[in-house]
Design a binder for this molecule. Sequence first.
Ligand SMILES: *[C@@H]1O[C@H](CO)[C@@H](O)[C@H](O)[C@H]1NC(C)=O
Ligand SMILES: *[C@@H]1O[C@H](CO)[C@@H](O)[C@H](O)[C@H]1NC(C)=O
Ligand SMILES: *[C@@H]1O[C@H](CO)[C@@H](O)[C@H](O)[C@H]1NC(C)=O
Ligand SMILES: *[C@@H]1O[C@H](CO)[C@@H](O)[C@H](O)[C@H]1NC(C)=O
Ligand SMILES: *[C@@H]1O[C@H](CO)[C@@H](O)[C@H](O)[C@H]1NC(C)=O
Ligand SMILES: *[C@@H]1O[C@H](CO)[C@@H](O)[C@H](O)[C@H]1NC(C)=O
Ligand SMILES: *[C@@H]1O[C@H](CO)[C@@H](O)[C@H](O)[C@H]1NC(C)=O
Ligand SMILES: *[C@@H]1O[C@H](CO)[C@@H](O)[C@H](O)[C@H]1NC(C)=O
Ligand SMILES: *[C@@H]1O[C@H](CO)[C@@H](O)[C@H](O)[C@H]1NC(C)=O
Ligand SMILES: *[C@@H]1O[C@H](CO)[C@@H](O)[C@H](O)[C@H]1NC(C)=O
Length: 803
Amino acid sequence: MALAAWFLVLGISAAAILVHGQPGHTMTPAKSIVDGQSLISSGGTFELGFISPGDSNNRYLGIRYKGTPVKTVVWVANRISPLNGSTGVLNLTGDGNLVLLNSTGYIIWSTGTTNAINPVAQLQDSGNLVLIERTTKKLLWQSFDHPGNTLLPGMKLGWDLRTNLNRYLTSWKSSSDPSPGDYYYKLHTDAVPELVLWRGSVPMYRTGPWNGGGFNGIPETKTNNMFRFNLTSNKYEATYTFQVLDNNIICHVLLNETGVVQRLVRSKQNLAWDPYWWFPKDPCDTYANCGANGVCNTSYSPSCDCLRGFSPKSPQNWKMRINFDGCVRRTALNCSSDGFFGLQQVKFPDTSNATVHGNKSLKECKDWCLKNCTCSAYAIIEGSGCVTWTGDLVDIRLFTEGEENLYVRLASSELGQIRDNYGKKKLVNVIVVIISSLAGFLLFVCFIQLLRQKNRKEKQGETIITHYRESRGNELELPLFDIHTIRTATNNFSEDNKLGEGGFGPVYKGQLEDGEKIAVKRLSKGSVQGIHEFTNEVSLIAKLQHRNLVRLLGCCTEGEERLLVYEYLQNTSLDYFIFDRKRSALLNWQKRLDVIIGIARGLLYLHQDSRLKIIHRDLKASNILLDKELNPKISDFGTARIFKVDQTEANTIRVVGTYGYMSPEYAMDGIFSVKSDVFSFGVLVLEILSGKKNRMINQAEARVNLLGHAWRLWTEDRCLEILDEAVGCTYPESKILRCIQVALLCVQEGSEDRPTMAEVVLMLSTESGLLPQPQRPGFYTATPLMERNSASSNKITVTIEGR
Ligand SMILES: *[C@@H]1O[C@H](CO)[C@@H](O)[C@H](O)[C@H]1NC(C)=O
Ligand SMILES: *[C@@H]1O[C@H](CO)[C@@H](O)[C@H](O)[C@H]1NC(C)=O
Ligand SMILES: *[C@@H]1O[C@H](CO)[C@@H](O)[C@H](O)[C@H]1NC(C)=O
Ligand SMILES: *[C@@H]1O[C@H](CO)[C@@H](O)[C@H](O)[C@H]1NC(C)=O
Ligand SMILES: *[C@@H]1O[C@H](CO)[C@@H](O)[C@H](O)[C@H]1NC(C)=O
Ligand SMILES: *[C@@H]1O[C@H](CO)[C@@H](O)[C@H](O)[C@H]1NC(C)=O
Ligand SMILES: *[C@@H]1O[C@H](CO)[C@@H](O)[C@H](O)[C@H]1NC(C)=O
Ligand SMILES: *[C@@H]1O[C@H](CO)[C@@H](O)[C@H](O)[C@H]1NC(C)=O
Ligand SMILES: *[C@@H]1O[C@H](CO)[C@@H](O)[C@H](O)[C@H]1NC(C)=O
Ligand SMILES: *[C@@H]1O[C@H](CO)[C@@H](O)[C@H](O)[C@H]1NC(C)=O
């Protein structure tokens, strides 16, 4: 005992030597801690002692990281009752009460524990200060049960149902005043568990419901090889914790004074903290930013839109882009005959009024919702099963990744009403059908107001629908499928066969009688385009034949029904592979080069080798489908535009496409040409080589995107560092360098400096021949685009064509 006391006085240095020894790590009733002394955790990570956070003059008893120059404080005992001067004493009473006294012996703070036998206080290496009975090991009290503004790994947020204790984070008032500020970060367990950030009684942000692997609203932070997130829900507790899996990383979650939840990380060698993730991050994170039944999509501006079948409550406000105060149904529901439409890649709406029904199939869940007239939406959420909502749907946002769908109830008359305007237009050139994704629908509704005015201005160009196919024998005519064949193949367009919802209607998976798998695009009804025009147009498009373009097998028209039949590609799209740690291992260097060259050839064909000259305008990883052998096929011509063969450039007031892939002149001035596709191609090549998205790289330097990163490595002659680890370590260096150089040439700022696709194919398929030195890329910082864009928003409207 005397030995223990002695070490305690010696404090830090002694404890550091005796890493596993008792002295310095524990505190017993015989000994107190005064200002200047500290209790060290067993591994030496944390210390408990007297501190003055920020530039405060007061003293507090707190736990902080030990040893680093910035001794970040993670917990404070006497948050609301600071000590005046260095006179505080921490005593442990014989019956187990840990008390903090000021110089007049007044109790400033205590754990309030009593009746313990042989108590001992101990700072664990997790940062948890525990009070236990030495002999029985019974836990009397722990600091993890009384969180401050910091969530350490292993610490639980949420309910201990046996003691009815709810643990949540509260912000500090300021960096030098740890008393509770305005913000709370709490686990809600009303229906599906989710974390909610509050300011007083106003919700500020939701993480979205727990979906098994993470929170639905933070798709980027699913369990990965750095962190594991865990939600435990049983009769004893409903809690959330996380753990750090990588031993070189130190991490905690901080609710800071301005109401931002930050996940801070640093490596053991690194002294400064970096925010790995934080929120609220963008306007769509703000709770109910668009009001009830609104949908937020940051990718376009303005970010608010109404759910399909709803229209703004105050159209004037929405037009002026102020005070998005929600949307109301256009058509009242008729309980018996309603239907649903699916919204993909969503952050689910507020679940506080939702109901959990447990394990049910999608069909059972739908049936339940349909039967109950108050049910306004349903979804399957992993971990909870079927979930239904009633009344207004609040705080929905869209992501560009994720697999979760929300099915929203609509009057049947609204369901058939989304239609493309194209039929009405005169066919100047010919074109295009959308295959893929949900692109479209929301934007479509979103800009109807604007389009009503602008549509008239731009009469030319931009007409329909895509497609192409490889030759099937020598037949020149496009096969017409019989509607019954299609119905049989798709199980009568059953919900289970649905692959997704594109801008022009849903896509279904199907199987023909001979076993061939197909994807069927069902164009929305209501198009006024005649059968003749439709088939004419499709067969023209179908004459585009190339192994690197998705193949159109045929079409079908019957009454109002317009269907396009494509080959079915089982390996989905490129982004599914390259941005995923596990799957990217399937793509070694050679495979990646093949993919790059394949895309280049497909694009070259569109640009100059087909009979038409086609600018794709939305080339990106998710628009490259892969077949069984992982051969790339360009898809989604929803935005493509056909040029006259001698035309080189065009201007549009409607910029369509995806940020991150758009060339500067296109995004800012609406000028597009084959060179804007070349730019997108360059971005895509860098993404394929690095396995990283252009818009998400290097949290440490949030303002540098992949292009900027690649450019810097290039100028510093460290190019190979950009390579995805999954590529492995055996590869031909010179070839990779060449590939990177070609990519950098493609993303140069000046469109005239960029090579044509023909030159690109040549450069990629030869190994000799000197390449030009690339100039600085366009858009090599991550954020300015948005800023510049909004500055010139009178000029640019990002949209797709509406009706
Ligand atoms: C705190 O502990 C010290 C040393 O054990 C003792 O001298 C002192 O009286 C204690 N103070 C109180 C208020 O119990
Ligand atoms: C703190 O201590 C100083 C000096 O002992 C004294 O002047 C001051 O009034 C004290 N403040 C409070 C709030 O007790
Ligand atoms: C100790 O705390 C009590 C209660 O806050 C206060 O009245 C007293 O002045 C404090 N003593 C010192 C020396 O600060
Ligand atoms: C994570 O959760 C599972 C069950 O949900 C539980 O069995 C496991 O012990 C938890 N792990 C940790 C480290 O809390
Ligand atoms: C809180 O975090 C945000 C995001 O990292 C940061 O911008 C802000 O400055 C922080 N506030 C304080 C008071 O540190
Ligand atoms: C609801 O739809 C059914 C079937 O279409 C129709 O018979 C009924 O009149 C409708 N009810 C209302 C209130 O519109
Ligand atoms: C939940 O229901 C209550 C009571 O009807 C209502 O005040 C509240 O706005 C609803 N919350 C949401 C998110 O719909
Ligand atoms: C859910 O139900 C399906 C069949 O309805 C069953 O196969 C599955 O095992 C169930 N899962 C759980 C977790 O109960
Ligand atoms: C319909 O759903 C609401 C809310 O979930 C529930 O309170 C009500 O009992 C349900 N009605 C029927 C008939 O199932
Ligand atoms: C949201 O924006 C993204 C931009 O990348 C777009 O692809 C997507 O189609 C938009 N979602 C909807 C439903 O409009």
